[in-house]
Design a protein. Structure first.
Length: 127
């Protein structure tokens, strides 16, 4: 399923971003990595990702803000979003629902778990 599917990852942790990008590239995904949340939307509009992996806590703009901005843009509103966070709290669930975030992976996570979540989200998008 990974063939030619474009994954856009947004995270302010460059080391984590590079490692995740490498793991997903090796699994056959086309990768676009964004280290600066402020530049995310123009890149997402240009790249037209199939799915977005989004860190929730970043300086400048949070993942919640980015997901909300995506939901307001016709070109991006149907792109599935999987959040990532080392600091997940139960209060985040309501915010995630409001912003259109389907799942949240708690860092650190196994690379196989993120691939499974991506494939599940892309399969749901097909229906």
């Amino acid at each position: 399923m990974a063939k030619n599917k474009k994954v856009l990852i947004v995270d302010d942790d460059k080391g984590f971003l590079e490692e995740l990008e490498e793991n997903l590239s090796l699994s056959g995904y086309d990768m676009v990595a964004v280290n600066d949340p402020v530049s995310f939307l123009p890149i997402a509009l240009r790249e037209k990702p199939d799915i977005v992996l989004l860190d929730l806590k970043m300086p400048g703009k949070s993942g919640f803000q980015l997901a909300d901005e995506m939901s307001r843009l016709f070109e991006l509103q149907n792109v599935p979003i999987i959040a990532m966070s080392a600091y997940f709290k139960d209060e985040y669930r309501m915010l995630m629902n409001v912003c259109g975030i389907k799942k949240c992976l708690k860092k650190p996570f196994n690379p196989l778990d993120v691939i499974s979540e991506i494939e599940g989200a892309l399969a749901e998008k097909q229906f």
